[in-house]
Design a protein around this ligand. Structure first.
Ligand code: AMP
Ligand code: ZN
Length: 480
């Protein structure tokens, strides 16, 4: 059996992964709060843990893996969205949940086995909170129930590597007067008539965010399970609080054994933010015609524990690579691709080494070049292998490249992949120049391309290019 190694945040080490039960490998990943379209950063954990899910299914068998990813459908951000739009909460959460599922499916993410919604598990949350109060780990104050971090000083802060005292010193939280310790966090809070609420022993109210994941993971995966994932922005306080609640409510278990955290996504070197104008959703990109496979390919090109930078240039390069792979496959293989099992060893090994997707993509590229250049009867087999690997990585789509968009139309067959990428990069620079009203620069770029025999025309869909009769590859290469 393939050995999987994973970096465990809990021990800060790469460890050999040994599940509690090989017949039921269990993973929980924190899902989205549903009040708006997922932004590009939200898609990163989805893709990262989808790769892990596929790997686990491959190694242990699809029927021996249980993957749970929740929807947070009770949250003050949702209430605020309902208030400002005048729409019902249920309508907003149902709509955005479906958006999320549709968008993630376009990125090749398999649906998890369970996708619990927080509002379906309120009685279980209430029961867990009652248990925590009974054991002295939580207390009621002014209609709230709070977790008492002093009741579990030995464990609190271990995941993120901080002590309670350090946290208090560094905290800028507003300290509510009813808290015994400033780090105590909310398990339950009162709701007024206009807010969603459920009857409870502490009056009508709603759960805090952290208790949702503790209650749902316990219900669906038990008091001990194998893997817990999420973005590293969730490590503190969300994951720390999940651990405190779950370990105190169920001291017989160990809660999650391997903790995996993905690093954040940036855009063109900067933190994604609405004020910088570089904030966009997955759907924005799809609507611009960037195929989901391309988005996924770009994501996979950076290891999940490194910050990843989304750039238009990377998307272009990814698109050309995928287009090239598609061509190799359709040239040599009649893609009968139902079997996900047939991933090649070098790729499987790369993924098994703490999800080294970057290395997996390099190996995929080597295979593609071999398939293209071998010039022997092996090409067909190699091309078929390439198709299987693409499928395993979730970046296969037999329709890929069949719908022409801006600069990757079938005329590209005459040019090498590097030449096409160069043209695309120059066209993008021209678009940028125009955006910043630098028309002199934009014209210069077009003239340079014209001098190499590449004809550029502007259409309502964006720039198109074609190679004219005087196309000169050497002149084009000289523009690099
Ligand atoms: P939220 O809806 O903000 O709770 O985020 C949902 C998921 O997206 C969490 O797992 C976050 O860690 C993750 N996430 C949010 N922003 C980013 C980002 N810029 N890069 C990567 N992951 C992110
Ligand atoms: Zn969570």
């Amino acid at each position: 059996m393939t050995t999987i190694k994973l970096h465990n945040t809990k021990t800060r080490q790469k460890e050999v992964f040994a599940p509690l039960d090989q017949d039921d490998v269990r993973m929980y990943v924190c899902g989205p709060t549903v009040y708006d379209r997922a932004h590009l950063g939200n898609a990163r954990p989805v893709v990262v843990f989808d790769v892990l899910y596929r790997l686990l299914r491959h190694v242990y068998g699809a029927e021996h893996v249980t993957y749970v990813r929740n929807f947070t459908d009770v949250d003050d951000k949702i209430n605020a969205r309902a208030a400002e739009s005048g729409r019902a909460i249920g309508e907003i959460t149902a709509e955005t949940t479906q958006w999320f599922l549709d968008d993630m499916a376009e990125l090749g993410a398999l649906p998890p086995d369970h996708m619990p919604r927080a509002t379906q598990y309120i009685p279980q949350m209430v029961a867990m909170i009652e248990g925590l109060i009974a054991k002295g780990h939580a207390y009621e104050a002014e209609g709230h129930v709070l977790f008492a971090v002093d009741s579990w000083r030995e464990g609190y802060g271990k995941l993120s590597g901080r002590s309670v005292d350090d946290m208090i010193a560094g905290a800028r939280v507003e300290v509510a007067p009813y808290k015994r310790n400033p780090m105590d966090f909310v398990l339950w809070k009162p709701s007024d008539a206009g807010q969603p609420g459920w009857e409870s022993p502490w009056g009508r109210g709603r759960p805090g965010w952290h208790i949702e994941c503790s209650a749902m993971s316990y219900e669906l995966l038990g008091e001990s399970f194998d893997i817990h994932g999420g973005g590293n922005d969730l490590m503190f306080p969300h994951h720390e609080n999940e651990i405190a609640q779950s370990c105190c409510a169920h001291p017989e278990g160990e809660f999650a054994r391997y903790w995996l955290h993905n690093e954040m996504l940036q855009v063109e070197g900067k933190k994604m933010s609405k004020s910088l104008g570089n904030f966009f959703t997955v759907r924005d990109l799809l609507d611009q015609g960037v195929p989901g496979e391309v988005i996924r390919f770009v994501f996979l090109s950076t290891h999940y524990r490194k910050p990843m930078d989304w750039t238009a240039e990377k998307a272009e390069q990814a698109e050309f690579r995928l287009l090239e792979y598609n061509r190799i496959i359709s040239d040599y293989a009649d893609a009968e691709l139902a079997n996900e099992k047939k991933v090649s060893m070098p790729i499987l090994e790369a993924l098994s080494d703490d999800l080294n997707t970057h290395l997996a993509l390099s190996r995929l590229h080597e295979l593609a070049l071999d398939a293209k250049n071998a010039g022997s009867s092996d090409n067909g087999a190699m091309a078929l292998q390439l198709a299987h690997d693409l499928k395993f990585l979730g970046i296969w789509n037999e329709h890929f490249g069949k719908t022409p968009r801006s600069f990757w139309i079938d005329k590209t067959a005459e040019l090498t992949i590097d030449q096409q990428a160069l043209i695309a990069t120059m066209l993008r620079k021209r678009v940028d120049a125009k955006k910043s009203r630098n028309f002199v620069r934009a014209d210069q770029i077009r003239d340079l391309l014209t001098s190499a025999g590449v004809v550029v025309s502007d259409t309502p869909q964006g720039p198109e290019w074609d190679v004219g009769p005087d196309f000169d590859p050497a002149k084009l290469e000289a523009l690099k």
